[in-house]
Design a protein around this ligand. Structure first.
Ligand SMILES: Cc1ncc(COP(=O)(O)O)c(C=O)c1O
Length: 365
């Protein structure tokens, strides 16, 4: 009697391990007060305008949503000077990533990505039968090495994921290098800019992926409402692309990819400039504080332009993260990314950051 076999390659996948949910840590360790600094969520929670819009929308959840999120796409188009049909809204950036590989990657096609970068690219590539081509980041600065990515392109390359700012290192690639990079990528290769953290980037020469959507035929930009807008639990993100690319991408869009409440929340959040400003201020100050404290402890970190810091503790990070977990702080150790002495810490509120540093100091002394 034969057994039901998985599709080729599926059993080689190590399932994605997200940051532990607060509820799980509370139950496991009997804690009431848990600070999650593991999933780059928004410490100021959610835009109040989005909350009000979502509460009102709850009355209508007996009806299916508008499948293509027309109001949100119109608002995005107006804001970014593109056509509404150049946007696609999905059930979070993760879903958009999966749709991109589904629509474009054939079995055996090569997909280039930085190492380390966002794990979902690996998952989406293997599920579809593509081949992962990992290109290590620069060993000193931990920035994505665009020259090495260009050198990795072969006749089988279909897609390149470029996470900017990069998760987990927080580093960015800059306008001039990206301009030159795109000029040298063959048009048969799709370049996917994942800009989940773009709002946090402060460098004046941080490139806007949407400018490339306007100028190039082979570019997709991914963005999300999970981070700066505080809607991670609602699952809503989007892609923008030149029309021909979007026409292909739309073929794999399920009927109702983004729920009604999420669409209402995202639309309202997009217009909540006060919330956005406050989020960015708290993040900037938190980053400066945490970096200064890490330096005092002799730790080093890559230059972050995001809402998290990738810090080299010079200690076994998994051990330290476990000890911090017992004290109610959830961190993301760097072992799975190949950095066993580092962890990624999400910048919290000023109070959370201080409590975390106090706990860290206590453990190290
Ligand atoms: C780089 C990057 N891209 C995409 C996502 C997906 O975000 P979401 O699926 O919550 O929209 C994340 C989430 O952590 C991320 O870090």
């Amino acid at each position: 009697m034969g057994r039901v076999k998985a599709r080729n390659g599926i059993l080689s996948i190590t399932p994605y391990v997200p940051g532990k949910p607060v509820e799980e840590v509370q139950k496991e360790y009997g804690l009431t007060d848990v600070v999650k600094m593991a999933s780059n969520e928004n410490p100021l929670k959610t835009s109040p305008k989005a909350m009000a819009a979502m509460r009102a929308e709850l009355e209508k959840v007996y009806m299916y949503p508008e499948g293509s999120s027309p109001d949100l796409r119109a608002a995005l188009a107006l804001r970014h000077g593109l056509n509404p049909d150049q946007f696609m809204v999905g059930n979070g950036g993760d879903h958009v990533i999966a749709m991109i590989t589904e629509a474009f990657v054939n079995e055996g096609d090569e997909v280039i990505m930085a190492l380390p970068s966002f794990k979902t690219y690996e998952l989406a590539t293997i599920i579809i039968g593509g081949r992962i081509v990992g290109v290590p980041v620069d060993s000193e600065s931990l920035t994505i090495d665009l020259e090495a990515m260009l050198a990795a392109i072969t006749d089988r390359t279909k897609l390149i994921f470029l996470c900017n700012p990069n998760n987990p290192t927080g580093t960015i690639v800059r306008q001039r290098e990206v301009d030159a990079f795109l000029d040298r990528v063959p048009e048969r290769c799709l370049v996917v800019f994942d800009e989940a953290y773009r709002e946090y980037a402060e460098a004046p020469d941080f490139p806007d992926g949407l400018d490339y959507v306007k100028r190039h035929k082979n570019v997709i930009v991914i963005r999300t409402f999970s981070k700066v807008y505080g809607l991670a639990g609602q699952r809503i993100g989007y892609a923008a692309a030149p029309q021909a690319i979007m026409d292909t991408l739309n073929r794999v869009l399920p009927p109702f990819p983004a729920n009604r409440v999420a669409q209402a929340g995202a639309l309202a959040a997009l217009n909540d400039d006060d919330f956005l400003r406050e989020v960015l201020r708290v993040n900037r100050e938190g980053r400066e504080y945490l970096e200064a404290e890490f330096s005092k402890l002799g730790m080093t970190y890559s230059e972050s332009q995001a809402n998290f810091i990738f810090v080299d503790l010079k200690h076994n990070a998994a051990d330290l993260a476990e000890k911090l977990l017992k004290k109610g702080f959830i961190l993301r150790p760097g072992g799975p990314w190949g950095y066993p002495s580092s962890f990624r810490v999400t910048i919290g509120t000023p109070e959370e950051n201080k409590r975390f540093i106090t706990a860290l100091n206590a453990l190290l002394n």
